[in-house]
Design a protein around this ligand. Structure first.
Ligand code: HQG
Length: 181
């Protein structure tokens, strides 16, 4: 499969495993899993046929490991990034001292005033390193990287989890726990 096809399949998966399964008549269980056979049937029925081999290749090669197959390969889910209600059942975990968040200048005034909010996702997404946060911010323009006093927040009772693919998730970050460049 070429790179372009890989990205198209990945985008199709993101749309239907994170945001809009109903669009192709797919249902996710409470933990966000779809049955692979149902997904492949639904994709074909909606004009975007995908083979099982392509699906497996996208899961294995995806640059951010966005998707996971169940152990027996019969189910698939997105590792993070949902806007539909799912409970990933990730365990709570103590975060590192500092985490990073990449954003863009136009959001800074609001972020200074109200902190980081999940916006359309379930959680605020934080990165373990500055390079990753820079890439996340750069999706929207000139990246600005904020530091998050995650260790301090954890001490204060904020809950942190880490997705399968290493993204740190928390409900919100108050302005006083943010460092601006
Ligand atoms: C900003 C991608 C105004 C926030 C990436 C961000 C990541 C506020 C945007 C993952 C705000 C939300 C998540 C506030 C936060 N006022 N703006 N109070 N609080 N924002 O896409 O972190 O490719 O939902 O700075 O690589 O950009 O999908 O979050 O700019 O890992 O796998 O509101 O999505 O991964 O945007 O990205 P998003 P994000 P995938």
């Amino acid at each position: 499969m070429n790179e372009k096809r890989n990205v198209r399949v990945s985008k199709f998966l993101a749309r239907h495993l994170r945001h809009d399964p109903a669009r192709i008549g797919l249902s996710l269980d409470a933990q966000g899993w779809a049955v692979v056979d149902e997904l492949l049937d639904a994709a074909a029925a909606h004009g975007f046929p995908v083979t099982r081999a392509e699906l497996e290749e996208v899961v294995a090669t995806n640059d951010k490991q966005r998707y996971a197959l169940s152990e027996d390969g019969s189910r698939i889910r997105a590792n993070q990034g949902h806007s539909v209600a799912v409970e990933l059942e990730l365990p709570e975990l103590a975060p590192p001292h500092v985490l990073f968040h990449g954003t863009v200048p136009r959001f800074l005034a609001a972020i200074r005033a109200e902190g980081l909010r999940p916006m359309s996702r379930h959680a605020v997404h934080l990165s373990a390193d500055r390079e990753t946060a820079t890439r996340v911010g750069a999706r929207r323009g000139r990246a600005v990287v904020l530091t998050v006093a995650a260790g301090y927040m954890h001490e204060q009772g904020h809950i942190f989890r880490r997705s399968e693919n290493g993204v740190w998730l928390t409900a919100a970050v108050p302005p006083r726990c943010l460092g601006f460049p």
